[in-house]
Design a protein around this ligand. Structure first.
Ligand code: HEM
Length: 435
């Protein structure tokens, strides 16, 4: 769906692409995007306030991911490209329309035919596999091709506008402007081609909004399941709000978020407990051994302390298996408990993996998530804006919420998979006199 992007590239090509993208994704750049994330989050909360003001009992049931994924698309538009997709205000937005329920439509409930196609394209020569994917009439592949066409078209317009802006010595601090500037300062042979630039944008459209939107939906579900945690978080945010008011400020900054320990604990716990990217496949480039920290007994009774892999073998890394490992996160690793981040147990210092909070959620190493700082600030900004304004509670349908692994882990309702991503929560305005 994206073409020759950083996700697709290998080896030196990958290193080159990653180097040119890096200036857009540093710590100061991500911090500078906080006002954008907060503004987009408040466009959702303002809409919810309007709907609540005309409802009979001042409460409404909202399908959370449907709202948030449009908002996070707007966030990636503004923060990534300084461009307002207007997905929140316009139900007919082209990009929002093609991305709606994308992962569930493409990958949920895989059929036997899909497994067969998957196996086939992994053994066919690349060119034949490409041809097969291009012309196969299956509804899912046809849907993927439409996404590619629309996102390529939007990306093409944005790239040419950006290149013109930069040629006129304009161009802001958005990720794309920084990437194009970095690209221009490269020597001509290592620059990203126009095709590669377009591909990076298409990847950012997808990687940058569905991941955070679903993480937020899971977080709000967990906070609805445990109202006492939600109240504790709201109390911390309201106390900070009063502090800002005394300083005659209304906007939260990245530093303000960092000064809220419970917010940080909720974000980390949510990323630990609900890693939306599930597993990663890596191919061994050489014969090797994977050492095991604890020996395991195989089905034929042998004890082994390492696993040999051969060149070309594919190894699947399970992110949730590590994130819920009892040896690291304690006996209650299967419980959503933000407090674990405030009173760190011994196990939590015993490993050092990943790029954030010793979690595997954003992976690690050369192919780790380039947008993790972006994602963390976006999650913080949305949670602050939503939890300070609203109380979230469970609806009877929540009993049927299940996890559907479809590229990202999304919430769906048992028996209603065809309706796509669903997490219906009851929302009402938050009281400020509850503590
Ligand atoms: C909660 C949010 C997110 C999660 C859990 C997440 C997770 C991940 C993971 C696990 C990978 C590694 C995939 C692999 O090795 O196969 C990855 C890669 C990537 N992510 Fe994210 N991501 C998130 C948000 C974002 C955002 C906001 C952006 C961009 C603005 C982004 C852009 C990317 C890109 C471009 C890659 C490919 C990097 C490479 O191959 O070098 N992600 N992400």
């Amino acid at each position: 769906m994206s073409g020759p992007s950083v996700v697709y590239a290998e080896g030196d090509d990958h290193r080159r692409q990653r180097r040119i993208m890096a200036p857009g994704f540093g710590t100061p750049q991500a911090k500078a995007l906080v006002p954008i994330f907060s503004a987009v989050a408040s466009s959702v909360t303002n809409k919810w306030k309007d709907l609540l003001s005309i409802s009979n009992d001042r409460s409404e049931v909202f399908n959370i991911p449907a709202w948030i994924s449009r908002a996070t698309l707007d966030a990636i538009g503004l923060a990534g490209f300084d461009y307002d997709f207007g997905a929140m205000d316009n139900d007919d937005n082209r990009l929002a329309k093609v991305y709606k329920n994308l992962f569930a439509d493409l990958f949920a409930a895989p059929t036997n035919g899909m497994f067969m196609v998957g196996t086939l394209i992994s053994i066919l020569p690349a060119k034949v596999a490409q041809w097969f994917l291009e012309y196969n009439p299956s509804a899912r592949l046809a849907r993927a091709r439409v996404v590619r066409e629309v996102s390529q078209d939007v990306a093409r317009n944005l790239v040419s506008a950006k290149i013109n802006e930069i040629a006129n010595m304009e161009g802001g601090k958005d990720v794309m402007s920084l990437m194009i500037k970095a690209n221009l300062s490269e020597n001509a042979r290592s620059r990203l081609s126009e095709k590669e630039l377009l591909a990076q944008m298409q990847v950012l459209f997808i990687a940058g909004h569905e991941t955070t939107a679903n993480t937020l939906s899971w977080t709000l579900l967990e906070l609805s399941r445990r109202p006492e945690l939600q109240t504790k978080l709201r109390q911390e945010i309201h106390t900070k709000e009063r502090e800002l008011a005394r300083e005659e400020r209304t906007e939260f900054t990245a530093e303000d978020f960092e000064s809220l320990p419970y917010l940080s604990a909720v974000v980390k716990e949510s990323l630990r407990y609900h890693p939306v990217a599930l597993h990663i496949a890596k191919m061994a480039i050489d014969n090797d051994c994977i050492p095991l920290s604890n020996p395991i007994t195989t089905t034929d009774g042998k004890q082994i302390d390492q696993i040999t892999v051969s060149k070309g073998q594919i190894v699947f890394l399970s992110i949730p298996a590590y994130n819920r490992n009892k040896a690291v996160f304690g006996e209650d690793a299967h419980v959503f408990r933000p407090e674990r981040w405030l009173q760190k147990s011994e196990g939590m210092g015993s490993t050092s993996v990943g790029v954030y909070a010793n979690l595997l959620t954003f992976s690690g190493g050369v192919r780790s998530c380039i947008g993790w700082r972006f994602a963390v600030h976006e999650l913080q900004a949305f949670l602050v804006e939503m939890v300070r304004n609203f109380e979230f509670s469970l609806t009877p349908e929540c009993e049927r919420i299940r996890r559907e692994a479809c590229g990202v882990m999304v919430p769906t309702l048992a028996g209603e998979l065809a309706k796509g991503v669903q997490c219906p929560l009851k929302v009402r305005c938050a009281r400020r006199d509850e503590y």
